[in-house]
Design a protein around this ligand. Structure first.
Ligand code: SF4
Ligand code: SF4
Length: 389
């Protein structure tokens, strides 16, 4: 396959709207590597080990003690969210509310406020209900998956959002740095699992709130639509080299959920802060990826796998290699998140550095060198998480 690539200079010269470009087709979620683990023999042969065997090991991060935390953190998503398996169900149902709340919704009417006021109200409520970051964007039809592949029923069917759901309230949920730093072991997996469980919890509550104001709301986890481009369009961050959202406050340590709605809202806009330019120099995620799945070169408009959503100028990862490492490791991995320099917590020095990166790329090479010198961004050496004294 011929892959077109662009240098940093060309991106600049042509003023290519790099992370917001939307492909001219809708992605079929059947091709996601996690869905392929069910129907594609190439992936299924690896997946059977990951999903059917349990092997505790006598080393920090891989013992029963560690898996128990990881499994507790995932339980709400596995039991009541299920956004990784199917959309419009469980806590992500597009219509379901309890009877105790339904009577209030039925008795009410549409709150008649300006889009700016409604946006402000919904964002405040979302933060109260557990969102760590929230923004609003228009729903481009090509960011909705063409089809869902249901992991429970193994059925493949078209996705159609209800009519007039033209805005998305996009929510980022922080994953704690202490636990993410333990990737790729079960403590790191606990940070990921808690992110997913909180996605289901928060998206459900925000949707219920919007319904309480008289409007329709369809909550969504990883189902239904591509979360990262929506989050970028909603001003929550930029696309990193490792293919994930990088936010200014938490770096890539976030999970994303969204609520589609017919409520008239004021839209946020893309707010870059220097990530794309920084990634051109940094490459730490590519260097420290245990499976070498992350592109080390320039962005391209096409990935090499059917699991990539090609047609957008970006860095494509190799999902098969990544997934294969997870199988070998017996657990999911977030090394590419944990080594990213944008993970740093707020503080005078980190905030000042972010400010410089936002305004100029002239010092990026120096910042990467300094990050290495200070010992940040190295793969984690497994150590004890628990204080057992
Ligand atoms: S999750 Fe791990 S294996 Fe996959 S791309 Fe990131 S660092 Fe590489
Ligand atoms: S680790 Fe470096 S190259 Fe990778 S996403 Fe973060 S800033 Fe970009």
């Amino acid at each position: 396959m011929m892959i077109q690539s662009y240098s940093a200079h060309e991106i600049d010269k042509h003023n290519i709207n790099f992370p917001l470009t939307v492909p001219d087709y809708r992605y079929d979620q059947k091709n996601e590597v996690f869905k392929r683990a069910v129907w594609d023999d190439q992936i299924r042969v690896w997946a059977s080990r990951l999903y059917s065997e349990v092997t505790f090991q006598n080393r920090p991060g891989y013992r029963q003690l560690d898996y128990a935390l990881r499994n507790a953190a995932w339980n709400l998503e596995y039991d009541s969210g299920c956004g990784n398996s199917q959309g419009n169900s469980g806590l992500f149902s597009w219509t379901r509310v309890t009877d105790k709340i339904r009577r209030f919704i039925d008795a009410g009417e549409k709150l008649n406020r300006s889009p700016a006021e409604l946006s402000s109200i919904v964002k405040k409520a979302a933060r109260f209900l557990g969102a760590d970051l929230v923004g609003i964007c228009p729903v481009h039809p090509n960011l909705i998956y063409s089809h869902e592949y249901n992991l429970f029923t193994k059925k493949h069917y078209p996705i159609d959002l209800p009519e007039n759901h033209s805005s998305a309230v996009v929510i980022a949920i922080e994953m704690k740095q202490e636990e993410i730093a333990h990737s790729p072991n079960a403590i790191g997996g606990a940070a990921t699992g808690l992110g997913y469980s909180r996605m289901a919890f928060v998206a459900n509550l925000v949707a219920t709130y919007i319904r309480g104001l008289g409007y329709q709301a369809a909550p969504s986890g990883n189902d239904t639509a591509l979360s990262i481009p929506l989050a970028i369009a909603a001003g929550l961050g930029e696309l990193g080299r490792m293919g994930m959202l990088v936010t200014e406050k938490f770096g890539p340590r976030v999970r994303i959920c969204k609520v589609f709605t017919d409520m008239p809202l004021t839209l946020d806009t893309y707010k870059p802060f220097g990530v794309t330019e920084f990634c051109m120099t940094c490459k730490k995620c590519a260097k420290h990826c245990p499976s070498q799945s992350i592109c080390n070169g320039d962005p391209t408009v096409s990935g090499e796998s059917i699991s990539n959503h090609s047609g957008v100028l970006k860095w494509y990862i190799n999902p098969e290699k990544c997934y294969k490492f997870w199988v070998k490791n017996w657990l999911d991995c977030t090394n590419c998140i944990s080594v990213c320099p944008f993970n740093k917590p707020p503080g005078h020095i980190h905030d000042a550095t972010r400010n410089v990166i936002r305004n100029t790329s002239a010092f990026n090479r120096f910042f990467v060198w300094l990050d290495d010198l200070l010992g940040y961004g190295k793969p984690f050496q497994a150590k004890e998480y628990w204080d057992m004294s």
